[in-house]
Design a protein around this ligand. Structure first.
Ligand SMILES: Nc1ncnc2c1ncn2[C@@H]1O[C@H](COP(=O)(O)OP(=O)(O)OP(=O)(O)O)[C@@H](O)[C@H]1O
Length: 283
């Protein structure tokens, strides 16, 4: 993984991306997208590209359109205008079921679908068939080993036999990420993975995500959050959203500035960074 591309102009304040920046490594290509629901404009004139070795954070206030954008990238929503290509497949011209199998997604809405009496190991293993709830008994030993390995990598290996409903919020979040990684996705989308966690659990999760970000074999990563404190070291780029539109995007160091973050959240903020971690406070 590289720390970003020196040949890119950054940040793209107007969301414009030049045609010659297209590359075969592109995992998400959102081109001038608008998305309207019930007369409301959820996304406006949005252009965003993610490459294979990049780790992106999508930041913005409540209602900015972050989850909507992630749903597009997961092939679960279609744009009203513009085009979206994920892993080289253009939405509207591809079998979204096949595409969804190549994308790992962890959201609160998906977690709510997991039965409380589902065994943790099964929560992870069933992702190999894109289902929730154990539906067959003859799992391949390879799947079982992979699920156990992923749980161990996320620090919850000891919970494999527990019921999902008995886990703490922090443990559930890590099991969800293991589930999202189970099918070996080419793209991993995490929607507010640290929401609701206490400080210790958040720091534990940030460390796990930093390890994932540093793994050259890891998929392209996109993490949605409200808080710069939740950005794991090793993440390379940020997209700042407000009211469904881009405020700025580019390398983290170029986008996480006082001015751009203040504009994004509509309040005067000061950003600081120490050892790859960010913090922000009102001025
Ligand atoms: N089906 C819909 N019809 C109308 N408006 C919708 C619909 N779905 C979402 N919205 C609105 O679109 C806006 C963006 O929602 P979205 O969930 O993408 O924001 P978000 O940035 O993820 O917010 P949060 O940080 O609060 O989770 C919100 O104002 C939401 O109320």
């Amino acid at each position: 993984m590289t720390g970003g591309r020196g040949d890119r102009p950054a940040p793209w304040l107007d969301g414009t991306v030049l045609a010659d920046q297209l590359s075969a490594d592109q995992v998400i290509a959102v081109e001038d997208v608008g998305l309207t629901r019930s007369g409301s404009s959820l996304l406006r004139e949005l252009t965003w590209r993610v490459e294979l070795d990049e780790r992106w954070v999508v930041l913005g206030p409540n209602g900015a359109g972050k989850t909507t954008l992630l749903s597009l990238a997961a092939g679960r929503l279609h744009p009203t205008t513009g085009s979206v290509a994920v892993l080289g497949e253009r939405l509207g011209r591809t079998d979204v079921h096949e595409l969804r199998a190549r994308v790992g997604l962890a959201t609160a809405a998906l977690a709510d679908q997991i039965p409380g009496d589902e065994r943790v190991l099964d929560v992870v293993m069933t992702a190999a068939w894109s289902v929730v709830g154990r539906f067959r008994e003859d799992y391949d030993p390879v799947d079982r080993s992979r699920a156990e390995l992923l749980l161990a990598q996320l620090g919850v290996g000891g919970l494999a036999d527990r019921w999902f409903g008995t886990l703490s919020e922090g443990e559930r979040k890590r099991v969800q990420i293991a589930r999202a990684l189970m099918p070996d996705p080419e793209l991993l989308l995490l929607d507010e993975p640290a929401a609701g966690l206490d400080l210790g659990a958040r720091e534990e999760l940030v460390a796990r995500l930093a390890a994932l970000a540093a793994d050259p074999d890891a998929p392209a990563l996109v993490l949605v959050t409200h808080h710069v404190e939740e950005i794991p070291p090793g993440f390379t780029h940020a997209l700042l959203l407000r009211d469904g539109a881009t405020v700025a995007q580019g390398l983290l160091a170029d986008t996480l500035t006082d001015e751009l973050l203040s504009r994004t959240f509509g309040t005067s903020l000061r950003v600081s960074s120490v050892d790859g971690r960010y913090a922000a406070r009102a001025t």
